[in-house]
Design a protein around this ligand. Structure first.
Ligand SMILES: NC(=O)c1ccc[n+]([C@@H]2O[C@H](COP(=O)([O-])OP(=O)(O)OC[C@H]3O[C@@H](n4cnc5c(N)ncnc54)[C@H](OP(=O)(O)O)[C@@H]3O)[C@@H](O)[C@H]2O)c1
Length: 305
């Protein structure tokens, strides 16, 4: 069981715009984004911040949420808990909707009862994708897979509560957890060639940079939905090449392939680049460059390659 991490700091808040001295924060879900948010909040000397793992607060169980969250009296709940295994969601839609949709309904019900705001995290997979241009917040969603459909349902539920905002992001990676860079490095370490699709596009989003941007956004947000993702668009194959080059690994270990040849259970948008205009209109900066993210990722991940 992962321990609850509670942080009580008395020093004044002095970084970014979010007035954390007045916020009591609960983070649901201790995955890549939950942990990055917690780390960033601690760095910003948040007055009170608690990260709750799955076994400490199960979003599918409203009583579990009441028991673990309500006594903390949060003013804001970062709801990062989700069933994120995209291919598994396709095989088990019941579980996907139970966690991503009904779980969100529970979080919103609790938040309403205790008067807390909710930040719900969603995905570019709510869109079917487009060959050119970007997807705006108000573009009609049309998910291609169960994961996207369950996250969209969660968005709709969150959207019914005035005190919530939805932050859509894409292709998140961090030095720990389950993500594309760690998966290809693990495959390489097993001595295998690494097939990577060269016809599907990503905007890789580094969790620590994302967490910082989220906190800045939450302080000024005035729309119900925002897009927030890494600054560069490239194919997964090109992303893999950049990681291998930065790690000093041989480029020829990577084998370009196609989505059709890989034949994954869940269909994905080939290209769904989220527009950042709404976020940038607040005068907030883009996230740091991808090479900076990769360099920090490799430094923290210490992959023994
Ligand atoms: N990763 C991405 O590329 C990406 C892209 C766009 C949007 N998002 C969204 O961003 C959010 C966070 O993503 P992430 O990358 O941090 O995902 P993650 O690393 O998979 O973390 C999700 C966390 O949710 C927990 N969880 C699962 N079922 C739960 C339940 N019933 N109750 C409480 N916790 C539960 C998981 O715990 P266990 O592992 O112990 O079950 C895990 O710690 C999700 O809403 C996701 O849909 C992610």
């Amino acid at each position: 069981m992962q321990p609850t991490i509670a942080v009580i700091a008395t020093l004044p808040y002095n970084k970014g715009a979010m007035p954390l001295s007045r916020e009591t924060v609960v983070i649901l879900g201790s995955g890549q984004i939950g942990r990055a948010l917690h780390r960033e909040l601690v760095q910003r000397e948040c007055a009170g911040c608690t990260l709750l793992a799955h076994d400490e607060a199960d979003v599918t169980d409203i009583e579990s949420l009441r028991d673990s969250v309500a006594p903390l009296e949060p003013t804001i709940i970062f709801h990062t808990a989700a069933f994120t295994k995209v291919n598994e969601c396709e095989r088990n839609p019941g579980l996907a909707f139970a966690i991503n949709a009904r779980g969100t309904a529970n979080v919103v019900e609790l938040a309403r009862d205790i008067g807390a705001r909710v930040v719900y995290f969603s995905t570019d997979y709510v869109f079917p994708g487009k060959a050119a241009g970007t997807c705006d917040e108000d573009d009609p969603p049309q998910p291609l897979n169960v994961y996207g459909a369950s996250k969209l349902k969660g968005e709709e539920i969150a959207g019914e509560y005035d005190g919530s905002i939805v932050v859509r992001t894409a292709e998140v990676f961090a030095a720990t957890g389950r993500n594309f860079p760690l998966a290809i490095l693990a495959k390489y370490r097993e001595g295998q060639k690494v097939p990577v699709v060269n016809d599907e596009y990503a905007t890789p989003t580094y969790a620590p940079h994302f967490a910082s941007a989220v906190l800045d956004l939450v302080a000024v947000a005035e729309h119900p939905i925002y897009h927030l993702r890494g600054p560069e668009e490239l194919t997964y194959y090109d992303f893999a090449q950049r990681i291998f080059a930065a790690a000093g690994l041989p480029a020829n270990a990577l084998v370009a392939t196609t989505t059709e040849r890989l034949a994954l259970p869940a269909k994905r948008p080939m290209r769904a680049v989220l527009s950042m205009d709404r976020y940038l209109a607040h005068g907030l900066p883009s996230m740091p460059a991808l090479d900076e993210a990769i360099s920090d990722f490799l430094h923290r991940a210490h992959p023994s390659v």
